[in-house]
Design a protein around this ligand. Structure first.
Ligand code: NAD
Ligand code: MG
Length: 375
C-alpha cells in the first residue's frame, strides 16, 4: 500500500531482491508510476484511491492480468485480500481503514504508516491482538527498538525506550529564525530522502512526537518510559535500556531498506544492498537533549498520549491539516505547532471510541483549521 512513495519503492526493491511475490499494489493517483510497477511486478490486484485515475489505469493496463479497483474501497479491498504480509506505506490517516482491513483478513502488518497507529490506537492494536496478527515496525526507530528487544524475556526488564532523532534541517535554530524558514528549507532533510509530509514533520519534530505515540502503542509501555535523544548522524537508530542499566541499540547507515527487509523477513536476516557500517568512517557520533521549547510538538504529543482516548487522533489530524496548509504556502512554518497545540486542547474527553468517531473528529478538525486560515 502506497507503492509509489518513498517507502513503497524501496519496499519493491527489497521484494524483488528477496524474490517476494507481489499480490497487490495501491497508490493515491500516480498512474504512470503504478503502471510501471504493475508491468514489472505483475500483481493480481491494483487500486488507486483517486477514482478518475483508477479508470484511466484500468484502460492502460487492460493488456495485463492485473484487475484494477478504485477509490478508498478498492484500496481496502486490496489491503484485505489476504496476502501473507501487507506493507502499509500510505501517508497519513488515509492508511487507517486499509490497516484495519488487512488485520481483519489476518495478514501480518509491516507498518510504515505511523499516522494510522497514532490515530487508531487501541482500534488497531486491539484488532491485531484479537486476530493474532503481528504488527512489525518499518519505521527505523521502532525497528531498532524491536531488534533491541529480541531476547528480552519480560516487559518488567525494560526500563526505558530511547528514540533517536536527527533533529531535522532546523536543528539549533531558535523561534525567531524558524518563523522565516521556507518549504524548500523544510524539505532539505540532512540524512534521509523521504516524502514531503514526513519531511515537514521532521522539520517541526512532530515526526518524533508521532513516533513517541507509535512506540507506546507498539511496545505497550507508558509514555514516561519513552525518551527522545538528538543524534545528528542517524547511525544509532534507537536504544533500549534494561533494568540492569545495560543498553542495547541497533546501528546501521541511514537506509530504510534494512528496517523494510527485517519487517518482511522477520525473524530471519538476509544479505542486503545497504552499505556496511564502518564506524571508523563516521569517527564521531553525538548525542544531546532536544530543545523542547523551540520544537514544542514532541511535548504536545506526549501530553496527548498521556491523556489517551481521542487526543492522539486529534493531534494527528490537526498536524495533517497544518502540514498540508504549510506545503500549500497558506501558513508559515511556526503556525504548525501553534495550530496543533490549539487543537490538542479541544478533543472530546472519552476513553471509548469507534472508527466513525475518529473519522468524524478528523473531518471536524480539518474544516475548522481550513476555515480559520481562509478567513
Ligand atoms: P510518500 O509521500 O513518498 O508516499 C506516500 C504513498 O501513499 C504514495 O504511494 C501515495 O500514492 C500513497 N497515498 C497518499 N495518499 C493516499 C490515499 N489517500 N489513499 C491511498 N494511498 C495514498 O511518503 P513516504 O515518505 O513513503 O511515507 C509513507 C509513510 O511511511 C508515512 O506514514 C511516513 O511517516 C512513513 N515513514 C516514511 C519514512 C521514509 O523514509 N520515507 C520513514 C519512516 C516512516
Ligand atoms: Mg522514523
Amino acid at each position: 500500500m502506497g507503492s509509489t512513495g518513498s517507502i513503497g519503492k524501496q519496499a519493491l526493491d527489497v521484494a524483488k531482491l528477496r524474490g517476494i511475490e507481489i499480490f497487490a499494489l495501491t497508490a493515491n493517483s500516480g498512474v504512470d508510476a503504478i503502471e510501471k510497477q504493475i508491468r514489472e511486478h505483475k500483481p493480481r490486484l491494483a487500486a488507486l484511491a483517486d477514482c478518475k485515475k483508477a479508470a484511466e489505469l484500468k484502460i492502460r493496463v487492460a493488456d495485463t492480468g492485473t484487475r484494477v479497483l478504485s477509490g478508498e474501497d478498492g484500496v481496502c479491498e486490496c489491503a484485505g485480500s489476504g496476502a501473507d504480509t501487507v506493507l502499509n506505506s500510505i501517508v497519513g490517516m488515509a492508511g487507517l481503514r486499509p490497516t484495519l482491513a488487512a488485520i481483519d483478513a489476518g495478514s501480518e502488518i509491516a507498518l510504515a504508516n505511523k499516522e494510522a497507529l497514532v490515530a487508531g490506537g487501541e482500534l488497531v492494536t486491539g484488532a491485531a491482538r484479537r486476530k493474532g496478527v503481528r504488527i512489525l515496525p518499518v519505521d527505523s526507530e521502532h525497528s531498532a527498538v524491536f531488534q533491541s528487544l529480541q531476547g528480552c524475556s519480560a516487559a518488567a526488564e525494560i526500563k526505558r525506550i530511547i528514540l533517536t532523532a536527527s533533529g531535522g534541517p532546523f536543528f539549533g535554530m531558535k523561534k525567531e529564525e524558524l518563523s522565516k524558514v521556507t518549504l524548500a528549507d523544510a524539505l532539505k532533510h540532512p540524512n534521509w530522502s523521504m516524502g514531503a509530509k514526513i519531511s515537514v514533520d521532521s522539520a517541526t519534530m512532530m515526526n518524533k512526537g508521532l513516533e513517541l505515540i507509535e512506540a507506546v502503542r507498539l511496545f505497550d509501555v507508558p509514555p514516561s518510559q519513552v525518551d527522545i535523544l538528538i543524534h545528528r548522524q542517524s547511525v544509532v537508530h534507537s536504544l533500549v535500556e534494561y533494568s540492569d542499566n545495560s543498553v542495547i541499540a541497533q546501528l546501521g547507515v541511514p537506509d530504510m531498506r534494512i528496517p523494510i527487509q527485517y519487517a518482511l523477513t522477520y525473524p530471519h536476516r538476509y544479505p542486503s544492498p545497504v552499505r556496511q557500517l564502518k564506524l571508523e568512517e563516521w569517527g564521531k557520533l553525538t548525542f544531546e537533549s532536544p530543545d523542547y521549547d523551540t520544537f514544542p510538538c514532541i511535548n504536545i504529543c506526549r501530553a496527548a498520549i498521556e491523556k489517551g482516548g481521542l487526543f492522539p487522533a486529534a493531534v494527528n489530524s490537526a498536524n495533517e491539516a497544518a502540514n498540508e496548509l504549510f506545503r500549500q504556502g497558506k501558513i508559515g512554518f511556526s503556525d504548525i505547532p501553534m495550530i496543533v497545540g490549539e487543537e490538542a486542547e479541544r478533543a472530546p474527553n472519552t476513553d471509548a471510541f469507534t472508527l466513525e468517531d475518529i473519522l468524524l473528529l478528523d473531518r471536524l478538525i480539518r474544516s475548522r483549521i481550513k476555515n480559520k486560515v481562509v478567513r
